[in-house]
Design a protein around this ligand. Structure first.
Ligand code: HEC
Length: 140
């Protein structure tokens, strides 16, 4: 057991040392707003998967559009500048987020139309932007 714990520690040290993701500094208020948005994101993904598995395709589409699609853009617009994550991101990072909203809307359109096969084909596009951004950028 002790060897196992040591091995885990070693692995995590190596991972930290090799973390080549770009560090992005956001003002604390923007970081808080982003973190809350992220929790909403992961809850939405879970809910969409549950609806898809239950063959509630149209409901999955409606939720995806409202929570992750283009309809979900600009929700920080009325906040003070320091509390808006988008303008503090490097353009490429922000672009991943914008493309993610676009991809979610494409999934949503197919699902809202009840096209189960197309919705299933587009389903991974809901999580690809999450992976793309998290594997490229960190905030601490
Ligand atoms: C444009 C970049 C970007 C995209 C796209 C993105 N994230 Fe994040 N995410 C971040 C950053 C940056 C953080 C760290 C925020 C912080 O400083 O705490 C984060 C943190 C998180 C967290 C941790 C929240 C916490 O409790 O600390 C979760 C969960 C998460 N993201 C889920 C998702 C999911 C699910 C998606 C896709 C639907 C997604 N993210 C898309 C950038 C992104």
């Amino acid at each position: 057991m002790r060897i196992f714990i040591f091995a885990l520690f070693f692995v995590s040290t190596v991972v930290t040392a090799q973390d080549s993701r770009q560090l992005v500094s956001l003002p604390p208020a923007a970081q808080d707003a982003l973190r809350q948005e992220m929790l909403d994101n992961i809850a939405a993904v879970n809910e969409i998967l549950t609806l898809m598995a239950g063959n509630k395709i149209k409901e999955a589409g409606e939720l995806a559009e409202a929570k992750l699609g283009r309809s979900a853009m600009g929700k920080h617009r009325d906040k003070p500048f320091d509390a808006r994550p988008g303008p503090h991101m490097p353009p490429a990072m922000h672009g991943i987020g914008m493309d993610g909203h676009q991809a979610a809307s494409e999934f949503a359109a197919a699902a809202k139309a009840g096209d189960r096969d197309k919705a299933l084909t587009l389903l991974p596009n809901l999580t690809s932007p999450c992976v793309a951004c998290h594997f490229s950028y960190r905030t601490r």
